[in-house]
Design a protein around this ligand. Structure first.
Ligand SMILES: Nc1ncnc2c1ncn2[C@@H]1O[C@H](COP(=O)(O)OP(=O)(O)OP(=O)(O)O)[C@@H](O)[C@H]1O
Length: 274
């Protein structure tokens, strides 16, 4: 029976960071010890988001908009300050084993692979962590390595890989346990055009062949145009647009062939003026 429950559902999801502002110099540091200057910043503000299973959605926004904070709440790395949040029927912040075995996250700016050992050794550790049977481990590793064309580099220490090679290995690690939902936070950042294309093609196939739901953040509008049937644009933690790329262009009064970077820039500037 098809499961009509959405992959993600949030109601008024909010995250306020509490932090201490540091004054410059030694005097400032000493003052901070006795009279800390406490501040608050709302990074995600009443976010409403429902993502059906099997969709690739782009979570877009300018630097500091709240994309990574949202992803961290959705995968349970951060506890929301308020609001409701359900992912695959679970409350992510509980970090239950069943939930963790059904999702995965990959960060373009942060490595999940062990730096001093080979990718294959990291995969073996994940096999133990997720209790993946040996036969399934072998077939999944082979299939993912072929799709990402990294068969020849799995045994090289990760620190010796190029960024593009490492990113493809990160994806194998993230997908080894067969998650239904993948959070991909800037997976193509810093990659050359060949590596970018390879990651894009891989994500599209993953969604098409396995039905994996993907939440993608990227500042590269070519990634978004190639992959996302829907985009949610956030600014200062609030949704300023939710729809497909055609609707995004019309929202910015741009033609069907309008350059998406210009469309986004117009949208962000308008939002800043409000
Ligand atoms: N631990 C923290 N403490 C205080 N403020 C934080 C913390 N982490 C993030 N922020 C602030 O929250 C806001 C949202 O940050 P976030 O990293 O979610 O943005 P983003 O949309 O992912 O940005 P980028 O595109 O630059 O990666 C920013 O103003 C940031 O400075």
């Amino acid at each position: 029976m098809p499961n009509n429950e959405p992959a993600i559902h949030t109601e008024a999801l909010t995250k306020t960071y509490r932090y201490t502002e540091q004054q410059p110099g030694l005097a400032g540091a000493v003052k901070g010890l006795f009279r800390p200057d406490r501040r608050e910043r709302t990074a995600v503000d009443n976010l409403q988001l429902t993502v059906p299973r099997g969709q690739i959605i782009g979570l877009l926004g300018p630097n500091g908009a709240g994309k990574t904070t949202t992803i961290k709440m959705l995968c349970g790395l951060l506890r929301p300050t308020s609001g409701e949040l359900e992912v695959l029927g679970h409350r992510p912040a509980r970090r239950g084993y069943e939930f963790l075995s059904r999702i995965s996250v990959v960060f373009g700016q942060k490595s999940m692979l062990w730096w001093d050992v080979s990718t294959y050794d990291s995969l073996l550790i994940h096999r133990e962590m997720y209790a993946i049977p040996k036969a399934r481990f072998a077939t999944t590793t082979k299939d993912l390595a072929e799709r990402l064309q990294v068969q020849d580099i799995l045994n090289i220490p990760v620190r010796k890989l190029s960024l593009g090679q490492r990113m493809r290995c990160e994806l194998i690690l993230a997908l080894l346990h067969g998650p239904e939902l993948l959070f991909a936070d800037e997976p193509t950042v810093g990659l050359d055009v060949v590596a970018k294309l390879s990651v894009r093609t891989f994500l599209a196939e993953l969604n098409r062949d396995l039905g994996t739901t993907i939440v993608l953040t990227s500042h590269d509008m070519n990634d978004v145009a190639a992959l996302c049937e829907r985009v949610a644009v956030i600014n200062h933690g609030r949704t300023i647009f939710d729809g497909d790329l055609d609707a995004l262009r019309s929202r910015a009064d741009a033609g069907v062939d309008a350059d998406l970077d210009q469309v986004m820039s117009k949208l962000f500037t308008e939002a800043a003026d409000v």
